[in-house]
Ligand binder design. Structure first.
Ligand SMILES: [Zn+2]
Ligand SMILES: [Zn+2]
Length: 160
């Protein structure tokens, strides 16, 4: 996981910080150092992260667990992050890539072995073979749960 870190003085990271600063300000939030650090890691890793994974991603320049937890909650309330439970009782957070949360309603794949999460492309729920969805479904929020074994775990298993 440590290999995902970008040195603090790299130009890539400062571009990410500028973008995240703009997003915070657009929501009327101050661009504090811990908020920026958390948003930048979520942007770089580009997948849902649990609270412990966020702590790990922040690395040695650590912030305390309670403040990180509070910041994750604040950023979720501000619609900068989305919080999800993929059925394994672990809250994970991911950066919303659009200002409009409706436009970013993709599902996730959870590997039951290594617990890695993969973002899936947006899917459409559509009946086939002449099926009709009940009218109750209009305006429903649909949460797809996709679980299984990821490619890495499948490959690993065939050797053991
Ligand atoms: Zn796996
Ligand atoms: Zn995602």
């Amino acid at each position: 996981m440590g290999t995902d870190h970008i040195p603090p003085d790299s130009p890539t990271l400062s571009a990410v910080h500028a973008e995240m600063k703009a997003r915070l300000r657009a929501k009327g939030l101050r661009a504090t150092r811990p908020r920026l650090a958390i948003l930048a890691q979520m942007h770089i890793l580009a997948r849902p992260l649990s609270h412990p994974e966020v702590m790990e991603a922040l690395g040695e320049a650590s912030f305390d667990r309670a403040s990180v937890y509070r910041i994750l909650a604040d950023l979720t309330a501000a619609d900068l992050l989305r919080r999800m439970d993929l059925g394994d009782k672990v809250w994970r957070y991911e950066l919303l890539s659009h200002v409009d949360r409706e436009a970013d309603d993709h599902a996730h794949f959870l590997c039951v072995l290594c617990k890695q999460i993969t973002c899936l492309p947006e899917v459409e729920l559509r009946p086939v073979r002449g099926g009709v969805l009940p009218p109750e479904l209009t305006g429903a929020e649909i949460h797809l749960k996709v679980t299984g074994r990821c490619g890495v775990c499948m490959a690993g298993q065939s050797f053991s």
